[in-house]
Design a protein around this ligand. Structure first.
Ligand code: ADP
Ligand code: ASP
Ligand code: MG
Length: 464
């Protein structure tokens, strides 16, 4: 069994979907491979659904107009793909649309949009796209079935970013597939709670759906089809010389994606890693290119670093004071109060003098985090053991990633030199003891230049 996944970028319009169908026919159906396919919502649809949900909540009556446009977009794609045989399909789209319209009307009336309702609304993106594609494949004599993954993937009720209950989910999936002998067309991104409420797995979560199915079914490979030639050494929108990597380890892929490489959603690596199933990133628009393999051990290439990724917008919170030196428990209270309030810490840096701790978080949480820390350390602040909590904004994080950094002396030096020579100031540095990743905080203003100079100095000469 091979699990394939095509993202929104591969299913943006009729031409692209036709291209995907050609790939399925040429590489899988004709070769009689045992496969199933996960599809995301059509490109831009999830963002649009969020916008429409918020407009209904804000009682902006033009939400209906936007809803109608979205409905029409799906109808047009369905008709474009099935010009002569679309009655059943249009009926299915209409049923989904009526359901969605009713929910939106409810949001408008009660002026309430919980994360639970939003997840329900977002699920329509994947339900529309997979309904249209499965019916189209069927009309073209490709034997397949629509599968709503929320029937099988069971999660907690952390709506918007639900965690998967793997023991139930794995059993559900393997039991279901024992009865199914034809390819399943699987909705990405969605699951459901024990009470059958729809949840979503986090933005970009269709990659994760593919990995969950792949691992549960002991697939021979999980193929993520997207719009680039694989994992590149940097985000191609920021570094024009970025080039595709032949292979990366699960850990490298996790680090690169955690620090901003959108090409694969970070949790995707975990189910695959546990079963040692390789993930291959392929380009829908260049299908003969080999892409990037994510595997257990690195191929024996000689790159010291694999890639550079970035989170463009972060804030740094600095807590400092003489009273922190040698006092146990300060860090745990600091991290604890943020964790308890759902604030994710992206990076931590502490000087060995223990005089200051510096945390990177998303800017939206800046003020809330400052307030929480000030409450937690109120007494220490009155006693002047801890100074005021400082937030620095307009910063970015760059992560330089590669397993071979462990064995190569001088990589950090080269990175800092590249930035120094170009007069780029570094605000904070963090390197884990695994030496898999060096993370640097710099001004947002310097981001593109910093990525390009590091890429030029550490990767340019090593093109494959
Ligand atoms: P999909 O719709 O297929 O899920 P995404 O838009 O989520 O696609 O991810 C693919 C995009 O990720 C690429 O178009 C590229 O712009 C971006 N990207 C960012 N960093 C990297 C990287 N290091 N390698 C490849 N792509 C990257
Ligand atoms: N459609 C969802 C999103 O836009 C999931 C995905 O694309 O992977 O986040
Ligand atoms: Mg994606």
């Amino acid at each position: 069994m091979i699990i394939l996944k095509f993202g929104g970028s591969s299913v943006g319009n009729v031409d692209r979907i036709n291209q995907v169908i050609q790939i399925l026919i040429q590489y899988y159906v004709k070769k009689k491979k045992n496969f199933s396919v996960v599809f995301s919502a059509f490109q831009g649809v999830t963002d649009k659904l969020i916008e429409i949900g918020n407009a209904a909540f804000d009682r902006k009556s033009d939400y209906k107009e936007e809803f109608n446009k979205l409905y029409q977009k799906h109808i047009d794609i369905a008709k474009g793909l099935n010009p002569n045989k679309n009655v059943v399909l249009l009926e299915k789209i209409n049923l989904l649309s009526i359901e969605l319209e009713e929910i939106l009307h409810g949001v408008f009336l009660v002026k309430e949009l919980t994360t639970r309702t939003l997840d329900y609304i977002l699920s329509f993106g994947e339900r529309f796209s997979n309904t249209i594609i499965s019916e189209t494949l069927f009309n073209r004599n490709i034997n397949c079935e629509y599968l709503d993954a929320s029937l099988l993937i069971k999660t907690d009720s952390d709506f918007g970013n639900a965690r998967v209950n793997f023991s139930i989910t794995n059993k559900n999936i393997s039991d279901y597939f024992k009865k199914k002998k034809i390819p399943q067309i699987i909705t990405g991104f969605i699951g459901s709670t024990a009470n059958y409420e729809i949840t979503t797995l986090g933005r970009g979560g269709s990659d994760y759906t593919a990995s969950i199915f792949g691992a549960a079914l002991n697939a021979s490979a999980i193929e993520i089809w997207t719009d680039v030639d694989g994992i590149l050494t940097a985000d191609p929108r920021k570094v024009k010389d970025a080039f595709p990597l032949k292979s990366v380890s699960y850990e490298e892929a996790m680090e690169l994606s955690h620090f901003g490489a959108k090409v694969i959603y970070p949790p995707t690596m975990l189910p695959a890693l546990q079963k040692k199933i390789k993930i291959i990133i392929k380009n829908t628009f260049n299908p003969t290119f080999c892409g990037t393999e994510i595997v257990n051990r690195n191929s024996n290439d000689s790159f010291a670093i694999k890639g550079i990724s970035s989170i463009d917008d972060i804030s740094i919170i600095r807590v400092q004071g003489g009273g922190m030196i040698g006092v146990t428990g300060i860090a745990s209270r600091l991290f604890g109060v943020l964790a308890k309030n759902g604030i994710n810490i992206i990076l931590i840096s502490q000087a060995s003098s223990e005089h200051s701790i510096c945390l990177a978080i998303l800017p939206t949480f800046g003020l809330k985090a400052k307030k929480l820390i000030e409450e937690e350390f109120r007494l220490e602040m009155i006693d002047k053991k801890i100074g005021s909590v400082i937030i620095d904004d307009n910063l970015s994080i760059i992560a330089v990633v590669g397993e071979n950094m462990r064995h190569t002396i001088g990589i950090a030096g080269k990175v800092f030199q590249s930035l120094g020579k170009n007069r780029i100031n570094i605000n904070a540095i963090a390197q884990g003891s695994s030496e898999l990743n060096i993370s640097l905080v710099i001004s947002k203003h310097d981001l593109t230049k910093a990525l390009n100079v590091i890429h030029k100095n550490l990767l340019q000469t090593k093109r494959r």
